[in-house]
Design a protein around this ligand. Structure first.
Ligand code: SAM
Ligand code: DTB
Ligand code: SF4
Length: 361
């Protein structure tokens, strides 16, 4: 990775102080600190704004709370790949998919820690470990707790996504030092049953509640481009923005259409095969406006996104990405491409504290 990505923000007092890379609370955020009583009508009205007005408003909200030219770098690792009993229509790891993926056992703790050390050396701030499970078995908890503790001891933020959690499992992860748990609602409550039938939207909400109760930060978002319509995207953002508390991280994935998955095969060679770039940016902007303090992560799908679309996503308030050339099983943009993009944009790897951290201190 080029060292320009790690360049420090402009020194205060310099001629470019106006552009200094820190949040500007003096800029009034049109949305304040974040409401959880958004109506669907209000969210639909945001989606309907002229694009330039929408992006400006998202950028104003963004600058009030976040360093405007910094983007957080996160690295993903699949610690248990494939053979998942759930039937998520987008996922290469579902046992129902014919994606050619070989099911593997849970990785050894040492191998996970070696991978985390590489991620740290490459400049990553957060290490996210994902398992293709419906839920972890209690007998796996010692190993995943050791992974959390080991990664945390390296000075990385820790995130896990292991499927549904019982309260005692969430507590165990919290005690091991887990910073974030990723568990996506994926789409609107109405669309959910078309995508996944082996668990319900309410199951997802229950796990999110267990994670909150354990004192772990919540990472929750979903996927755009699964053949849903605008009303579903409205319902998706509405469901997130009206949770009892906003998720501290909101990943917005663009569907990676994998051959052999229900959605990959169904959408292939149709006009719905790829989400319209402008509609994707609109979704990012509406997430930023409705959840002002959250980290909004431009997640899966960047590999097939041109630079200018990614730049528009940053302008619309996305401030976190996955680095490296692999997500869990799918390809990712890669560190060289990211370093080149950051250099062109004058964007640097995040050093500013996240709002969730500021609130906790
Ligand atoms: N099994 C766990 C679970 O589902 O909660 C964790 C792993 S799962 C792969 C994490 C998230 O990745 C999913 O909720 C989904 O939003 C996203 N994802 C999976 N496959 C994807 C794809 N092909 N394109 C975009 N996002 C995807
Ligand atoms: C999330 O919302 N996106 C990441 C993370 N949470 C775990 C996963 C994306 C997976 C993309 C498909 C794959 O690599 O298999
Ligand atoms: Fe399993 Fe998670 Fe993939 Fe669904 S998204 S099939 S739960 S690994």
């Amino acid at each position: 990775m080029s060292d320009t990505t790690l360049r420090s923000p402009a020194p205060s007092g310099s001629a470019v102080q106006l552009l200094e890379d820190r949040p500007h609370p003096s800029i009034p955020s049109p949305e304040g600190e974040g409401r959880t009583d958004w109506t669907r009508g209000e969210i639909a009205a945001l989606f309907d704004l002229p694009f330039l007005d929408l992006v400006l408003r998202a950028q104003q909200t963004h600058r009030a709370h976040h360093a405007p030219n910094q983007v957080q770098l996160c690295t993903l690792l699949s610690i248990k790949t494939g053979g998942c009993p759930e039937d998520c229509g987008y996922c290469s790891q579902s046992a129902f998919a014919d994606s050619g993926l070989k099911a593997e056992k849970l990785m050894d703790v040492d191998a996970v820690l070696a991978s985390a050390a590489e991620a740290k050396a490459a400049g990553s701030q957060r290490f996210c470990m994902g398992a293709a499970w419906r839920e972890p078995k209690d007998r796996d908890m010692d190993a995943v707790a050791a992974m959390v503790a080991g990664v945390k001891a390296m000075g990385l933020e820790t995130c896990m996504t292991l499927g549904m959690l019982e309260p005692h499992q969430a507590t165990r992860l919290a005690e091991a030092g887990l910073d974030y748990y990723n568990h996506n609602i994926d789409t609107s409550p109405e669309k959910y049953g078309d995508i996944i039938t082996t668990r319900t939207f309410q199951d997802r909400l229950d796990t999110l509640e267990h994670v909150r109760q354990a004192g772990i930060n919540v990472c929750c978002g979903g996927i755009v481009g699964m053949g849903e319509d605008r009303e579903d995207r409205v319902g998706f953002v509405h469901a997130l923005a009206t949770l009892p508390a906003h998720p501290e991280s909101v990943p917005i994935n663009a569907l990676v259409p994998v051959k052999g998955t229900v959605l990959g095969d169904m959408l292939a060679d149709t006009p719905l095969a790829k989400i319209d770039d402008i509609e994707f940016v609109r979704t990012v902007a509406v997430a930023r406006i409705t959840m002002p303090l959250s980290m909004v992560r431009l997640s899966a799908g960047r590999e097939s996104m041109i630079e200018s679309t990614q730049a528009l996503c940053f302008l619309a308030g996305a401030n976190s990405i996955f680095t490296g050339d692999k997500l869990l099983t799918a390809g990712n943009a890669g560190s060289d491409a990211d370093a080149a993009l950051f250099e062109k944009l004058g964007v640097t790897a995040m050093t500013a504290p996240e709002p969730a951290r500021v609130a906790a201190e």
